[in-house]
Design a protein around this ligand. Structure first.
Ligand code: NAD
Length: 431
């Protein structure tokens, strides 16, 4: 099929390359000229394992092209809209200006009888509004929320857990299923819904995941007061199949371009709909999550006898999670910045996210390696659980720091090993 993908960020670039892999001819459209130039040259403008190979393969074969003009999408029979829906400045609601602009531009050029597919995460009610606009031009809409995880984006797109297709007519639904035919044929469950259910599935899933993380982090707060160990607690309750181990790791909490803004947008939309009480608990989920960042700073201050002023901190991690260079609402950078504001000199190292971090946090200092970031440090903070930090040897780090203080914000380092090497080791939610 001939497809267009409008908005080629983390979601759209991955989707475009994956659709080419399924055998389709794909044109990716974005308003960001620099991004388009890099993608057209076969270069992925962000870090995503496996994507450079897939994108390069299909740019070379000619099956995947990119452009800045929406006119290039005019002869596509299926149009995926993957533009961003960030949090509005100063409020919880989602900013729909990019979604509205993309669908308006599409309505102008899409041929009657073609189908538009909404993939962005939007407040419930958006799809019905967009469908009316498109239908006036003879274009049908389906809503097909995306569940990919950064770091596993290619795998999640080609082999998703499920496909959700929200529609109010049968024909456009069939067109999308035809596009996904190899994925469906592999046995992927397809859930057919109406528009509002499809929109809600996405925010409900993210709300559940955020709640699970904040639940175990709330337990960590209690553990810290009574001297209990949240890692053992999570291990024990996770053995119950009804609870499970996944997303039950206490630590610095969630961040990124999805979970925080999605739960906030959900609260805002529920308020507009007069059902804010139903998701009032999400405010607690958000607050618990943000309190972990503050706790990390307090723990650092405690470790350095009550003051960070004039001290030096080595920060391991800037991305909101490993295997990504995404720093949107990153807990690691939030903590690094707070430590600096408390008067410390802050040196940051991240394997992939330093380019992005330097743009948004230019006042922090950046080092080319983990050991360099920790040179002469009074304290080391482990804030993003990249595999290379897990295998850092306590003796190697001891050789460069000024004082052997480390706080594990992700609960993946082995306290026994670090303490045996003479380190003062602290972690969130552990004695
Ligand atoms: P992103 O910021 O990386 O990409 C959005 C892209 O849209 C940008 O490149 C931007 O230039 C482009 N854009 C904006 N307006 C445009 C227009 N009118 N025409 C063409 N391009 C335009 O964002 P993202 O992380 O890819 O997220 C996109 C959407 O997907 C969001 O709604 C997000 O919540 C959702 N989502 C993201 C992920 C993820 O892991 N990143 C997962 C699932 C869902």
């Amino acid at each position: 099929m001939r497809l267009s993908v409008i908005g080629t960020g983390y979601l759209g670039a991955t989707h475009a390359a994956a659709m080419a892999e399924l055998g389709h001819d794909v044109v990716g459209i974005d308003v960001d000229e620099t991004k388009v130039a890099r993608l057209a040259a076969g270069e992925v403008p962000f870090y995503e394992p496996g994507l450079p190979e897939l994108l390069g393969k299909h740019v070379t074969s000619g099956r995947l092209t990119f452009g800045t003009s929406i006119a290039a999408a005019a002869d596509a029979e299926l149009h995926f809209v993957c533009v961003g829906t960030p949090q509005k400045p100063g409020e919880f609601a989602a900013d729909l200006q990019y979604v509205d602009a993309a669908f308006a531009a599409l309505a102008d050029i899409a041929a009657p009888g073609t189908v538009a597919v909404g993939k962005s995460t939007v407040p419930v009610g958006t799809a019905s509004r967009v469908a009316a606009l498109l239908r006036a031009r003879g274009v049908e809409l389906v809503w097909n929320p995306e569940f990919l995880r950064e770091g596993f984006a290619v795998e999640d797109t080609l082999r998703p857990d499920r496909i959700v297709i929200g529609a109010d007519a049968e024909e456009p639904r069939r067109v999308l299923e035809r596009c996904y035919e190899p994925i469906v044929a592999a046995g992927t469950p397809v859930v057919h819904t109406d528009f509002p259910t499809a929109e809600l599935v996405k925010v409900a899933a993210n709300s559940f995941l955020a709640t699970k993380i904040s639940f175990i982090n709330a337990m960590a707060e209690i553990c810290e007061v009574v001297g209990a160990d949240v890692v053992k607690l999570a291990e024990a309750i996770g053995h119950d199949e009804r609870i499970g181990h996944k997303f039950l790791r206490a630590g610095l909490g969630f961040g990124g371009g999805c979970l925080p803004k999605d739960i906030r947008a959900f609260m805002a939309r529920a308020g507009e709909l007069g059902v804010d009480q139903a998701v009032a608990f999400l405010k607690n989920v958000d607050d618990i999550n943000l309190r972990r960042r503050a706790r990390m700073v307090d723990l650092a201050r405690e470790t350095l006898d009550g003051s960070l002023a004039g001290r030096r901190a080595g920060i391991l991690g800037a991305a909101f999670k490993p295997d990504s260079d995404d720093i949107r609402d990153s807990p690691a950078l939030d903590v690094a910045y707070a430590i600096q504001r408390a008067g410390a000199a802050v040196w940051v190292y991240d394997p992939e996210a330093m380019g992005n971090a330097k743009e948004t946090h230019p006042t922090l200092a950046y080092a080319p390696t983990a050991l360099e970031a920790c040179r002469d440090a009074d304290i080391v903070l482990h804030l993003t659980e990249w595999p290379e930090f897990r295998v850092l040897h306590p003796d190697d780090l001891a050789a460069v720091v000024r004082s052997k203080n480390i706080i594990d914000g992700r609960n993946v380092l082995d306290p026994e090993q670090w303490r045996a090497a003479g380190w003062h080791f602290r972690a969130l939610g552990r004695p």
